[in-house]
Design a binder for this molecule. Structure first.
Ligand code: KIV
Length: 274
């Protein structure tokens, strides 16, 4: 099990002198192993699995079983980082009992906590999870599971009234007992307001520089995505380009019969060639 616990994450507030939290998404064993070796604090098995791994247009097309399958792979990397699993759409919207059962599947698959989207409206589910001793991370702002209700992926909390509602949601989640909150797709001033209002850490994505930490999607960070990166993404490598270049060289070597060479071929037993 990971060595980084939810109480340790909860204590990581920048204004109290903590370093910013670093979270990256992970979906399989090698990805988790390489990201963990970089010394991140949290690995998120996000429902972005739907977009970046399974090729869907949004996050609405991924199930608890699919997320659990990838949590198991990430847990097999035995990461030092804390592993959070996303509760997918409809896994925590129907009943408290369903919510706890679904979260239990993700915990038994190897997650140390679960993340869910929404504020006051989700409080009964958050409390049910906490009563079952399951640590919960919140997620507010441009919550991708609300894409149909929002009418697209649009920056949220652009008015004073909407910013106040977001801060109220964050305070309600904090009072209920969540250990951290992801703030996505809001103006930087809203990232600052909500971070200042809370005693638990905020982890931003497209929420400006004032949050207590940052999260990026593995495929965005490494240049593996088919879509143009969003404004908030900093791409640190072009692994997509490297993959195509490497596989093109392999294809060329197969076609011109320079692969495999003698060094890449097992020796024949004498009996076969006598
Ligand atoms: O699923 C995901 O990748 C996420 C991040 C965008 C925070 O929830």
């Amino acid at each position: 099990m990971s060595e980084v616990t939810s109480p340790q994450i909860r204590a990581r507030k920048r204004r109290n002198g903590s370093d910013p939290l670093v979270m990256v998404t992970a979906y399989d064993e090698p990805g988790a192993r390489y990201v963990d070796a970089a010394g991140v604090d949290l690995l998120l098995v996000g429902d972005s699995l739907a977009n970046v791994v399974l090729g869907h247009e949004d996050t609405l097309h991924v199930t608890v079983e699919e997320i659990a399958h990838h949590v198991r792979a990430v847990a097999n990397a035995k990461p030092h980082a804390h592993v959070v699993a996303d509760l997918p759409w409809l896994s925590y919207h129907v009943s408290e009992a369903d919510t706890v059962t679904n979260a239990g599947i993700l915990i038994r698959a190897g997650a140390q906590s679960v993340k869910l989207e929404g504020g006051v409206v989700r409080l009964p589910m958050v409390k049910a999870l906490l009563n079952a001793e399951i640590p919960v991370m919140g997620h507010l702002g441009l919550t991708p599971q609300s894409v149909l209700a929002f009418g697209g992926f649009k920056v949220q909390a652009k008015t004073k009234a909407a910013a106040k509602l977001l801060v109220d949601d964050a305070l309600a989640l904090q009072d209920a007992g969540v250990f951290a909150i992801v703030i996505e797709g809001v103006p930087p001033e809203v990232g600052r307001l909500v971070t200042d209002a809370l005693d638990i850490p905020t982890i931003g994505i497209g929420a400006g520089p004032f949050t207590d930490g940052q999260v990026l999607v593995f495929h965005d960070l490494l240049g593996l995505n088919k879509n143009k990166p969003a404004k908030f993404v900093r791409q640190y490598a072009d692994l997509g380009g490297l993959i195509t270049e490497a596989v093109s060289k392999y294809a060329q070597d197969v076609r011109n019969a320079s692969f495999p060479s003698a060094e890449e071929t097992y020796a024949n037993p004498a009996e076969l060639t006598d």
